[in-house]
Design a protein around this ligand. Structure first.
Ligand code: SAM
Length: 253
């Protein structure tokens, strides 16, 4: 197996993943400071990084074998083959190409924050739903959840994940301009620049008041989010940080 070690991070993965798959990558994996892109053969790539040969093991099987259950607030996120005896609320996610297995800090902080803020019957929007994990978590807490994503490829995976968890969640392809509020709570695991860009539009998703949970924010870029959200009339309610990642909770007012 040939692996291209692309220099970058989580955001690099977000930016380049479509192009890497288009160029023939069979899988992507986030490593500290790098994204590993697995290819059946070496090709010319216009990205910063270098090639490395790996022994011909089935990396996907190895990755799945090493995947451990992960706790987030009152939840535990499991792959379908895991067993779990604890009292946590289970979320079962098939690890696939859609982001959101619970192994990233941002997903875990968003789940823990949802558990503190969601009340049964709330109308919740998960913007950038990926595997559907946050919408599914909200539905397990009793919300009426909608998951939306610009990537059509994730919708069947999210739908299947909701089915596995026996919750009713609506998923659709699109972004902010394709949905009508009002929502009681919106959660978005995107990235700092996009949150800043969406700040005014986020306000339009709520009625008189509501809760906005934003993550995918690198601590060093937090300032651009806080100033944009403040200018759009949001008030900061809470902040979490795990490693270099931040999760901000706002009140729409
Ligand atoms: N919600 C999951 C989680 O927390 O683990 C997945 C988050 S993943 C970091 C970001 C997702 O947002 C990706 O599935 C991506 O396709 C989607 N996305 C990126 N930009 C978007 C946009 N402008 N509108 C809607 N979805 C977007």
């Amino acid at each position: 197996m040939h692996v291209f070690r692309l220099r970058g991070n989580f955001e690099t993965l977000d930016i380049y993943s479509a192009a890497l798959f288009e160029l023939g990558a069979r899988g992507l994996e986030e490593k500290p400071g790098e994204v590993w892109a697995y290819f059946p053969e070496r090709i010319e790539l216009p990205f910063p990084g270098e090639w490395q040969e790996l022994p011909d093991t089935d990396w996907l099987e190895a990755y799945k074998r090493d995947l451990q259950p992960v706790r987030a607030g009152p939840f535990v996120v499991l792959a379908p083959w895991h067993t779990w005896e604890g009292p946590e609320k289970r979320i079962v996610i098939e690890p696939g190409m859609a982001f959101g297995t619970g192994h990233h800090e941002t997903t875990r902080m968003a789940l823990a924050t949802l558990a503190e803020r969601v009340e049964p019957g709330m109308r919740v929007l998960d913007l950038g739903t990926g595997s559907g994990i946050l919408a599914i978590g909200a539905a397990l807490l009793g919300a009426e959840a909608l998951g939306i994503d610009i990537d059509p490829a994730v919708i069947p995976q999210a739908t299947e994940n909701a089915r596995r968890n026996q919750v009713k969640v609506q998923f659709q392809v699109g972004s902010l301009d394709d949905i009508a509020g009002p929502f009681d709570l919106v959660v978005a695991n995107l990235y700092a620049e996009l949150h800043a860009y969406f700040a005014q539009k986020y306000r339009g998703l709520f009625g008189v008041c509501g809760t906005l949970i934003l993550t995918g924010i690198l601590a060093e870029r937090e300032g651009i989010v806080t100033s944009a959200l403040e200018a759009a009339g949001f008030g900061l309610l809470a902040r979490r940080q795990e490693g270099e990642w931040v999760c901000l909770t706002y009140a729409a007012r």
